[in-house]
Design a protein around this ligand. Structure first.
Ligand SMILES: C[S@@+](CC[C@H](N)C(=O)[O-])C[C@H]1O[C@@H](n2cnc3c(N)ncnc32)[C@H](O)[C@@H]1O
Length: 199
């Protein structure tokens, strides 16, 4: 059962953990690399404003961003599927979803995101949050565009923090006539793309 105070407390706990853990981690894989809290608020507004119910997150880490998406999905009557391939992070995320009381609206997959995208039905997703292996985004674009429904929204994190790295992907999406895009200066930079046509 979801209690708003509990969810907020788990979010605050993960923010505090990330602030201490990430700068001290010697191995990059030990970092949680969570979105910023204002990005979480922004995602929450996007989910609620679009009424998104079928939501996919690529890159769970310990589930911090998922909590923001799940909180909003509770308001839209939606569900969040989130994908993480690192076992330790996937386990931790599952514990955090249970502690926050959102495990009923979150499907947490332990998998390579590419496999999940491959088997996802065409035009079945209303919102996708992309926060994983940036080098693979261009290869994933045909699958991402296939699974987004008309009017669906793609949100990519790190658009300004790693602008050079994501440039090939951003250029691909911007060149696609079926999508309208925008770069938003919140957190590490959010690149938004919405499907305007069925092409
Ligand atoms: C930036 S972190 C995600 C942070 C999370 N969205 C948050 O804000 O709390 C990226 C995560 O994506 C995972 N990842 C990277 N490539 C992946 C792939 N191909 N499939 C599944 N997970 C992947 C990494 O293990 C890492 O935990």
């Amino acid at each position: 059962m979801h209690e708003p105070g509990t969810l907020s407390a788990v979010k605050a706990e993960l923010e505090a953990f990330g602030a201490v853990n990430d700068p001290a981690a010697s191995d990059g894989r030990e970092r949680m690399l969570n979105i910023t809290p204002d990005t979480g608020e922004f995602l929450g507004v996007l989910v609620r404003a679009t009424g998104a119910r079928q939501i996919l997150e690529v890159g769970t880490s310990n589930g911090y961003s998922t909590l923001w998406l799940a909180e909003a999905a509770l308001d839209t009557g939606g569900r969040v599927t989130t994908v993480e391939w690192a076992t330790d992070k996937w386990v931790k995320a599952g514990e955090n979803f249970a502690a926050a009381g959102v495990d009923g609206v979150v499907e947490s997959l332990h998998a390579d995101a590419e496999k999940v995208l491959e088997r996802q039905d065409e035009a079945s997703l209303e919102l996708i949050f992309l926060d994983a292996d940036r080098a693979r985004y261009p290869d994933w674009w045909p699958m991402l565009r296939r699974v987004l429904c008309p009017g669906g929204l793609l949100v990519m994190d790190n658009a300004t923090s790693h602008a050079e790295e994501v440039a090939p992907f951003v250029e691909l999406v911007q060149a696609d006539p079926a999508f309208a895009t925008s770069l938003v200066s919140v957190g590490k930079g959010e690149f938004l793309a919405t499907r305007t046509a069925q092409s």
